[in-house]
Design a binder for this molecule. Structure first.
Ligand code: LLP
Length: 430
């Protein structure tokens, strides 16, 4: 949608917002978040019995975001004390919090148990022992899922965001040790309730081949547990990872179709064994919030190297979006104040960090740029703010939430005072 020459993000004039709040600026559209959540309600939550969606809060977390997820009655996945604390501060029902992570500390586990977190997803033996120690001392029962590594050999996404292969730091391998000691120990432990299994195969996936392959492997374990221990799990969490298009021209994932194919396979498999189909959980992060975010920057210096390339530099970069330098991620962009002009010039958009690799977009077509133009980078809602850093002591931008044409700051821009806020001066020598 656009009026005059400005780029409108849903009903928000991005130039106006940039002028009002300054740049760089993260803009998050509650309308798009809602569209995505409502879509999940239609194709999953309301379509199947006994299913649940958890929002993977690592994609974008703030108190306001947790409040939206709470209001929409989804559960939430947290992976650290910080994410957990944020959810609790948003008054999230602890019962709907799932606590993941491959190296939860004793303090984090105790904090989760004290808050009454519904389910802890146990990743390894050390953690298991810590949980048993804490719940036994407190004389309570804790629901757990066991995180499994399905050991897939090929997963079609960036190697840094694959998690379901054999060589991974996440979860238990499915082997004799798991069966004879880990599971046996859990089943013998009065303080633990084994709710079921969890696995997550990777992120930014576009087809369901890996989901189906992983399910097959996990299902064998479910069957084994039923026949060897007469134990039927009540929950199976199949992870997140649903991909979104970042570049123009890429078709969005038909999540309804992907989920339907997965659910058909799951229903079919469980109909063949003497137990009820457990509750199926998915935990999308990027898919809910990625397309709901954009980042607006101001163009500063423009440098042309004759017969080679023109660099246009923005007032942010890898400190607010590490994904291009970390994963080679590709984004699309527009000039917010020249939205109707032809994109007929090549530019490379450079960040302002002291790092040659701080290139946000390489050789993209834009209208002729002038210093002072506003650049909008699309689909930055997931893993941009949440992975932001203070490299070069750059300030982390504000996050503005827009809904029905109204805007509200949900995370304040950092200040220089924030930057030095935890610094302590040297002790004076006497
Ligand atoms: N559940 C578990 C256990 C996960 O490890 C993840 C992501 C998710 C759910 C959510 O995945 P999603 O639906 O958002 O793809 N920083 C990387 C992504 C790392 C994802 C890690 N785990 C990126 O910027 O692409």
């Amino acid at each position: 949608m656009n009026k005059k020459n400005n780029y409108y993000f849903e009903s928000a004039d991005t130039v106006k917002l940039a002028e009002k709040y300054g740049t760089p600026l993260y803009i998050l559209s509650e309308d798009i978040i809602m569209k995505n959540i409502n879509n999940l309600k239609r194709v999953f939550i309301n379509k199947y019995k006994n299913v649940q969606v958890l929002y993977a809060s690592k994609a974008f977390m703030s108190i306001a975001m947790a409040q939206i997820i709470k209001r929409e009655d989804l559960g939430i996945d947290v992976v650290s004390g910080g994410e957990l604390y944020t959810a609790i501060q948003a008054e999230f029902n602890p019962d709907k919090i799932y606590f993941h992570g491959n190296n939860k500390t004793f303090e984090e586990i105790e904090m989760a148990i004290d808050y009454g977190v519904g389910t802890i997803v146990v990743d390894n033996l050390n953690e298991l022992d810590m949980i048993i120690g804490i719940v036994t001392a407190k004389n309570i029962k804790q629901k757990i899922l066991i995180r499994l590594s399905p050991g897939l050999t090929e997963i079609d996404t960036h190697e840094y965001i694959i998690t379901g292969q054999r060589d991974t730091k996440f979860g238990f391998q499915i082997d004799q040790h798991l069966k004879s000691s880990v599971i046996a120990k859990i089943l013998n432990e009065d303080s633990l309730i084994l709710s079921g299994f969890h696995y997550h195969i990777g992120s930014q996936l576009f087809d369901n081949e890996s989901y189906l392959k992983a399910f097959k492997i996990i299902f064998e374990l479910v069957e084994w547990l039923l026949s060897n221990h007469d134990y039927a799990i009540d929950t199976l969490n199949i992870g997140g990872g649903f991909g979104i298009p970042y570049e123009e021209g890429i078709k969005p994932l038909d999540i309804g179709k992907v989920l339907e194919e997965i659910m058909v396979e799951i229903e079919r498999s469980f109909s063949n064994i003497p137990m009820d189909r457990p509750r199926i959980i998915i935990e999308p992060g990027r898919w809910i919030v990625g397309p709901a975010g954009i980042t607006v920057y101001k163009i500063g210096s423009i440098k042309t190297i004759e017969h080679l390339r023109t660099y246009a530099a923005i007032d942010g970069g890898m400190s607010d979006n590490i994904r291009p330098s970390l994963y080679g991620a590709v984004y699309s962009a527009d000039v917010a104040n020249k939205y109707n002009q032809a994109k007929d010039h090549f530019y490379t958009i450079a960040g302002k960090a002291c790092e040659s690799g701080d290139i946000l977009l390489k050789d993209i077509k834009l209208p002729v740029l002038d210093s002072g133009d506003y650049l909008v980078v699309h689909s930055t809602g997931a893993y941009n703010f949440s992975m932001a850093s203070n490299y070069n002591r750059m300030l982390i931008p504000a996050v503005v939430l827009v809904k029905d044409g109204k805007d509200q700051v949900i995370v304040k821009r950092q200040t220089y005072q924030d930057i030095i806020g935890r610094d302590i001066k040297l002790m004076e020598e006497k």
